[in-house]
Design a protein around this ligand. Structure first.
Ligand code: KIV
Length: 276
């Protein structure tokens, strides 16, 4: 049985911390799922860490559906949240419903994530009313990187802090089951976490959130183009892969790979008959 929305909400009530990771492909999703992560995000960060774009903005609905399908096939326990790409939920409530419906129906995600606060409240309410669970995303919202003038900590001025505090309550009232809070000062995240009843999942938002999310390629040391302060490397897979590939190249060039151990044999007499 998959983890449900009620189980994620109950974890907050029990004060049990919620670990969340991103995944974009079958193999990684399977490993993350087997390791016991209850919440997997197919984030539009895939644009940067999988597709090599400079931001999340070029990511399309088709990109998201393609990757969500692979993650759903790999992870059969975790609840899977799919990111709504840039401009797929702002043009109208009807567009948002249509696109969120595709992530659930075609992709197989169990929930969707949208960036923004009050500005998306109406959309969140309609999606939830139509049976689509919604996770909010506030603070540093990468889809607004041009408006925010880059990837910067949010909520450091009285106005922006007040807005984040208010927006979290608005999203809760609109029916979001959880909110990601990205790059927000730890004391403000703590206040928001204590004020709303839905789980707050932090990334660069301090230790007091109900849960934490990391981009898997960052925490595994796989994506090194942009090393962020809030990303902790639990492994250095890029280094391990580079060493393995270098060894492979050396062995192929020196004819020490493959040996008979990695080769197949056949009946010698058959070979002889071919040469007669
Ligand atoms: O796209 C993503 O990976 C995200 C996380 C950073 C929360 O939105």
């Amino acid at each position: 049985m998959r983890v449900t929305i009620s189980e994620i909400k109950a974890m907050k009530q029990r004060k049990e911390k919620i670990p969340m990771l991103t995944a974009y492909d079958y193999v990684t999703a399977k490993i993350i799922d087997e390791a016991g992560v209850p919440l997997i995000l197919v984030g539009d960060s895939l644009g940067m860490v999988m597709l090599g774009y400079e931001s999340t903005i070029p990511v399309t609905m088709d990109d998201m559906i393609h990757h969500i399908k692979a993650v759903v096939r790999g992870a059969n326990k975790a609840l899977i949240v799919g990111d709504m790409p840039f401009m797929t939920y702002h043009t109208s409530v009807a567009d948002a419903l249509h696109n969120a419906g595709r992530l659930i129906q075609e992709g197989g995600a169990q929930a969707v994530k949208l960036e923004g606060g009050e500005v998306i409240a109406e959309v969140v309410k309609r999606l939830v009313d139509c049976g689509i669970p919604v996770m909010g995303h506030m603070g540093l919202t990468p889809q607004s990187m041009y408006q925010l003038s880059g990837f910067k900590v949010q909520g450091k001025t009285p106005e922006t802090a007040r807005k984040l505090f208010k927006d979290a309550q608005i999203l809760e009232q609109a029916g979001a089951f959880s909110i990601v809070l990205e790059c927000v000062p730890a004391p403000l995240s703590k206040l928001i976490t204590e004020t709303v009843s839905i789980p707050i999942i932090g990334i660069g938002a301090g230790p007091d959130c109900d849960g934490q999310v990391q981009v898997s390629s960052d925490m595994l040391g796989l994506y090194c183009d942009l090393v962020l302060k809030h990303a902790k490397q639990y492994a250095r897979l890029a280094d391990s892969i580079k060493t393995a590939v270098t060894d492979y190249v050396t062995e192929v060039k020196s004819s020490s790979f493959p040996t008979m151990k990695q080769s197949y044999t056949m009946d010698e007499s058959l070979l002889e008959s071919l040469q007669r």
